[in-house]
Design a protein. Sequence first.
Length: 216
Amino acid sequence: MTKKIGLAFVYLSIAFIIYYFGENILFWIQHHGNDFVILTSIVATLMALFPIIPYPIVGGIIGAAYGGVLGGLVTWIGSTLASLLMFLFVRYGYQDWGMKILHKYKTLGRVTVLFEQNAFMTIFISRLIPFIPSIIINVYSSLSRVTFISYAIASALGKIPAMILFAVVGDSLMNNPQSIFLTVFIYSVFLAIVYSFYRLWKRKTIAAATAKPSKI
């Protein structure tokens, strides 16, 4: 219990600092970040780990400061490291509580087992859809029996398109506003394709799971 309280206190304390100095941090990135790429990556990680300010805004500002390519890389590094830290934070602090909740109800327990059996693809595809809250994927994965390696690879790969989009949009708004419509259109088509494949894959997965004969 002491460990759980201590971890919660540390998390909330840093979240308060981000909340209090968030605007100043974004101002610094916008005007001085170009000279401190590594420091900006660390700041981006903290901003993603404690999403007081929506991360697309953070990614857009980084993109405006660094350009679409380097900005996308920095934004991706920050978001990926934050998701890994959140996974470890919850996994080693609260998984025992989470497992009891996930398997307390039969329906939720079955969903969790199905998720664990298809964890890599589920996490990967979920990351590709930006309107699925990242914190839900982080916490749910860490409370389940998903391995850290599977989570890390699937999460990192799935984050690439969205992080590039945030940075490119930010860069476009500053340097070439006309191209933002083409960028959003291309990404929308990409999302529609991903979502279609996801629904097809999900139906096949559920059908395969229900078709398995029950063990006596």
